[in-house]
Design a protein around this ligand. Sequence first.
Ligand SMILES: [Zn+2]
Ligand SMILES: [Zn+2]
Length: 256
Amino acid sequence: MLIDTHCHLDFKEFDQDRSAVLAAAHAAGVEALINVGSSLEGSRRAVELARQDPRVFASVGIHPHDAGECGAEAFAEMERLAAEPKVVAIGEVGLDYYRNLSAPALQRDCFGRFLSLGVRVKKPLIIHCRDAEADVAGMLAPLSQGAGCGVVVHCFSGTEDFLKDCLQKGFFVSFTANITYKKADRLRELVRLVPLERMFLETDAPFLSPEGHRGRRNEPAHVALVAQAVAAIKDVGVDDVCRRTTQAARQFFGLP
Ligand SMILES: [Zn+2]
Ligand SMILES: [Zn+2]
C-alpha cells in the first residue's frame, strides 16, 4: 500500500486519460494520492478532483513561480478552499530563487500569508524550496517541533545542512523519483540520513519521471518505483518502506 503524497493530476497533461491514470495507480498499490494545487485555478481543480474520487485528496496553494497571482481576492478564495473537508494540506508554497519567475520579495509575501493560513486552519504545509534554504529555514523557524502545523519539504534536493536542520526542527521530507537518476549519488546520500518515519514518497507527476521512463510524462503509479529505490538505498525490504512511509503520511495528513 502506497500514498503518492504529491502529484499534479489537475495539469493538462492528464486531460486525455485522467481516469485511466488513476486506475493504473490503484493497480500499482497506490491507495491514496494528494493532488497538490500550485495556482488558484489548479487548487480549484484539485478540490474538484478530490470530490469526484474517494482516493484523491487535495492541497491548495500558490507556487512561488506564481506569487504574483496572490492578490487579496485570490487569497480569500484560497482561504475558502482551504476549509474544504478533503483539503488535507496547504501548498505547494515556498520560495524558488533558482528560476526566480516572481520577484523574491513577492514570493516571501505570498509564502508568509500561506504559512499563517496553515496555522489558522491547522493543516500541514507542503513546502517547495529551491536555492532559498536560508530564507525558507528562517520563515519556517516558528513552526519548529509541531508548533502551529506540520511541515514537509517536498522533492527534497537541498544541502545536507538544510536536511539536518529540517529534521531537527521536527519537519518531514519527501523524495521523488529523481533519487533514481544515475547522477543522483548526492541525493541518495540524503535518503540514507532520513528515518522512514520522517519520510514520504511522491512522484510530482507529470514531472520527474523515474530512470528508464525519462522524457515521458510521470504518473502516480510510479511512486512504487520510488519505494523500490528507497529500499535499495537503505538496504531494507520494500514492504517495510511502503508500510512505514505510508503510516507516517497517513498520520501527518490525517488520511482515513
Ligand atoms: Zn515543487
Ligand atoms: Zn509539485
